[in-house]
Write a protein that binds this ligand. Structure first.
Ligand SMILES: Nc1ncnc2c1ncn2[C@@H]1O[C@H](COP(=O)(O)OP(=O)(O)OP(=O)(O)O)[C@@H](O)[C@H]1O
Ligand SMILES: Cc1ncc(COP(=O)(O)O)c(N)n1
Length: 271
C-alpha cells in the first residue's frame, strides 16, 4: 500500500454541515485522504445564517494542533475560520513549530449570510504572520479586496491583487471568481511567474454554501497526496465544480454542495 496521505484543517465548525470543518472532512474523505481537525470556533449555523459563535480559547486550539502533529503527522494543512487575532497568531506560530506545510490559507472573513467570522483586529496578524507562510492563499473577490484595500473591478485589477498578495509572502494565489457575474466561473491562479485561468461553467444555483471551504480543502487533499501545486489547484477546481453542479437544495436558504458528485463521472454536469 502506498503511504496514506494525512490532511489537517484548522477551522470553525458549521452545525449545518455545508461549510467549515464539516465541508473539509467530507472533502478529505472523498479524496481518500485521512482528515484531522483543530477546531477554532463552534457556530450555530444553517442554510439561512449564523446564529451563534463560541470561539475556543487559543490554548485549546494549540493543544489540538500539538496532539495531531506530534503523533499522527500531517502531509498538508488548510486554515479556514480563525475567529480572532490571538488564534491567527497562534496558528502561524504552530505552523512553523510543527512545519505544517504545504499550507493552504483560505482567508475566511464573512459568511455568505453576512456574519463576521474573523475580527477586524486580526488583520495585522493575518497579513504579517500567516500569509507569508502560505503555499497558496485562496481569497474570494471581497476578501482579496479587503486584504489589498483595492476594488477589483476588472481582470487587470485582479491580476494586480494576486501580485500584491504574492508580494506579501504567499507562494501562490487563487483569486476565486464565484462572486463575479460571468457565464463561466473563472478563478485566477498566480504562482509568482504566470497567470493561469481555472474555468468551469457557472451553475445557476443558490446552493453555494461552503464552496470556498470545499475548494481549499480539496487543494490541501491533493497536496497531501503529493500532487504539484498547479495540478492540485486544477483538480480541486474540478472537484468543486462537480460539487456545485449537484448541490443539495436543503434548507430554506443557501444549501450545501454535494461532496460526492465527483464520483458521478460522465454525469458531472447533468441535472
Ligand atoms: N455558481 C457557480 N458555478 C460554478 N462555480 C462556482 C459558482 N459559484 C462559485 N463557484 C466556484 O466555487 C469556488 C469558490 O468560489 P467563491 O468565490 O464562491 O468562494 P467563496 O466566496 O469563498 O465561497 P463560500 O464563501 O461560499 O464558501 C470557485 O472555484 C468558484 O469559481
Ligand atoms: C465555520 C464556517 N467556516 C466558513 C464559512 C464560510 O462559508 P460560506 O461563505 O459559504 O458561508 C462558514 N459559513 N462557517
Amino acid at each position: 500500500m502506498t503511504q496514506l496521505a494525512r490532511a489537517l484543517t484548522i477551522a470553525g465548525s458549521d452545525s449545518g454541515g455545508g461549510a467549515g470543518i464539516q465541508a473539509d472532512l467530507k472533502t478529505f474523505q472523498e479524496l481518500r485522504v485521512f482528515g484531522m481537525t483543530a477546531i477554532t470556533a463552534v457556530t450555530a449555523q444553517n442554510t439561512l445564517g449564523v446564529f451563534d459563535v463560541q470561539t475556543l480559547p487559543a490554548e485549546a486550539v494549540a493543544k489540538q494542533l500539538d496532539a495531531v502533529a506530534t503523533d499522527i503527522g500531517v502531509d498538508a494543512t488548510k486554515t479556514g475560520m480563525l475567529a480572532n487575532a490571538e488564534i491567527t497568531a497562534l496558528v502561524a506560530r504552530k505552523v512553523k513549530e510543527h512545519q505544517l506545510f504545504p499550507l493552504v490559507v483560505d482567508p475566511v472573513m464573512v459568511s455568505t449570510s453576512g456574519h463576521l467570522l474573523l475580527d477586524q483586529a486580526a488583520r495585522k496578524q493575518f497579513i504579517e504572520e500567516l500569509i507569508p507562510l502560505a503555499t497558496v492563499i485562496t481569497p474570494n473577490i471581497p476578501e482579496a479586496e479587503a486584504l489589498t484595500e483595492t476594488p477589483l473591478t476588472d481582470l487587470n485589477a485582479r491580476k494586480q491583487a494576486a501580485q500584491a498578495l504574492h508580494a506579501l509572502g504567499a507562494q501562490s494565489v487563487v483569486i476565486k471568481g464565484g462572486h463575479l457575474e460571468d457565464d463561466e466561473a473563472v478563478d485566477l491562479f498566480y504562482d509568482g511567474k504566470e497567470f493561469v485561468f481555472l474555468r468551469s461553467p457557472r451553475f445557476d444555483t443558490p446552493h453555494t454554501h461552503g464552496t470556498g471551504c470545499t475548494l481549499s480543502a480539496a487543494i490541501a487533499a491533493y497536496l497531501a497526496r503529493g500532487f504539484t501545486l498547479a495540478n492540485a489547484v486544477s483538480q480541486a477546481k474540478q472537484f468543486i465544480s462537480a460539487a456545485i453542479s449537484h448541490a443539495f437544495p436543503l434548507g430554506n436558504g443557501h444549501g450545501p454542495t454535494n461532496h460526492w458528485a465527483h464520483r458521478l463521472g460522465g454525469e458531472l454536469y447533468a441535472d
